[in-house]
Design a protein around this ligand. Structure first.
Ligand SMILES: [Zn+2]
Length: 411
């Protein structure tokens, strides 16, 4: 009997999403038509705010600075019966995106939201306005279906994901402004689900030299040349030792010299050079070990070159994170994907950082990425999303919420 009721509830919601398909397309297009490059998210967030209110969400705005608000919205679906457990599922989207680049490289205006051959085009559509629209329509479909459901559907629309998250997820996490029993990020990973995210280590290296006119180079110490030596050594440095290759994330990587600044005049030997190094780490690896390897390499270099004077500063450090595949949120998501697509999604790892890392700090189980945008199609010209996929992912979001609220045991 209970199973039958659950089946009816699911069926009702899926039918609602089919009915809401044109609204889902329109909402995605409207989101794309409001530019929201990182730092300029306010207008798009005002639009999202009014749409969430229109659906029936309670919406709170949390801003580190008023021009960059984050929205945290909750929709509580309660039953007449008391004492039922009520679970809160949180979907997370970032509203900001990277600039579109040159207009002439695009087939259509990057802010047109044009629908051609079943695909919606525009900057930010895959990464990740389509995901945000799918979350909103999933909630609306559950509400419209009118079936008895008990649970909370939350959506966070955040700023600053593309430029460091200080004003977005980091601010929300530091101030404990997010609450949920589990979360899913609607980042582009389709047809896969991302369950692993590399850790990151950003370093700044500074070399110190001795400034002198360039006519007497041997009497000075050229900080840029010293930096060149260091960067070449870093490129050769084995940071993998003792680390197993991770099945989804592969090996750790090091990219020395992602930026470099040194010297201020053509006729002067520079006395200072700065360079940045980006390291991606994998589970089982400690970033402290990577740093001590780099420091001991610098020590060794210093032994053979007494003029080499360098220091290392850690700018940013984050551990790798994994979605636990025995977590209920992951099982509920995969079951829902199976219902809608006929098969589960293959898990993948992502060699980059992402906002999902902040959920670990909050202790909220999370799926790192499952959204309608296709894997690797985020930061490209002619960014686009398939309407069919968009509709199906909205169904997956809705079904996952229903399953999560029911807490049906897996055997
Ligand atoms: Zn993204």
């Amino acid at each position: 009997m209970k199973d039958n009721k659950d089946y009816e509830a699911r069926k009702g919601v899926l039918e609602q999403i089919d009915l809401l398909k044109s609204e889902l397309v329109k909402l995605t297009q409207e989101l794309v038509r409001i530019p929201s490059v990182s730092g300029e998210e306010k207008e798009a967030q005002s639009f999202v705010y009014s749409k969430l209110k229109e659906i029936g969400f309670e919406v709170h705005s949390h801003a580190k600075i008023s021009s960059r608000p984050n929205l945290v919205a909750t929709l509580k679906l309660t039953s007449s019966k008391r004492n039922e457990i009520s679970k809160n599922i949180l979907y997370v989207a970032h509203i900001d995106n990277i600039p579109p680049g040159k207009r002439q490289d695009w087939r259509y205006d990057p802010y047109s939201g044009k629908l051609v051959d079943g695909r919606i085009f525009g900057r930010g559509v895959a990464d990740m306005k389509a995901g945000l629209a799918a979350m909103m329509i999933a909630a609306k479909a559950i509400l419209n279906s009118g079936k008895e459901t008990i649970g909370t559907f939350s959506i966070a629309s955040v700023v600053d994901e593309e430029t460091g998250s200080d004003y977005g997820m980091k601010y929300l996490a530091d101030n404990r402004l997010l609450q949920a029993d589990a979360s899913i990020f609607g980042e582009p990973a389709f047809p896969n689900v991302a369950t692993a995210l590399k850790g990151g280590l950003w370093l700044k290296i500074v070399t110190h030299g001795k400034r002198i006119g360039s006519g007497w180079p041997s009497e000075g110490v050229n900080a840029v040349i010293k930096m060149a030596k260091i960067l070449c050594e870093l490129e050769r440095l084995d940071i993998t030792s003792g680390t197993q290759e991770h099945p989804l994330l592969g090996r750790p990587t090091i990219a020395p010299g992602t930026t470099i600044h040194g010297g201020d005049a053509i006729h002067t030997i520079p006395d200072r050079c700065e360079a940045t190094v980006e390291v991606y780490t994998v589970p089982g690896q400690n970033s402290k070990d990577v740093i001590s390897k780099i420091r001991s390499m610098l020590n060794d270099l210093g032994k053979s070159d007494k003029d080499l004077d360098a220091d290392v500063k850690i700018l940013f450090e984050t551990e790798p994170i994994l979605t636990q595949t025995n977590e209920r949120i992951y099982l509920d998501l995969q079951s829902s994907i199976n219902t809608v697509f006929g098969a589960e999604a293959e898990p993948i790892g992502i060699p980059s950082l992402g906002d999902a890392r902040f959920m670990k700090k909050l202790g909220i189980p999370t799926v790192i990425a499952y959204g309608p945008g296709e894997r690797g199609k985020g930061h490209v010209v002619n960014e686009s999303v398939s309407v069919e996929t968009l509709t199906k992912v909205a169904k997956v979001y809705a079904l996952t919420a229903l399953r999560f609220w029911k807490q049906v045991p897996y055997t």
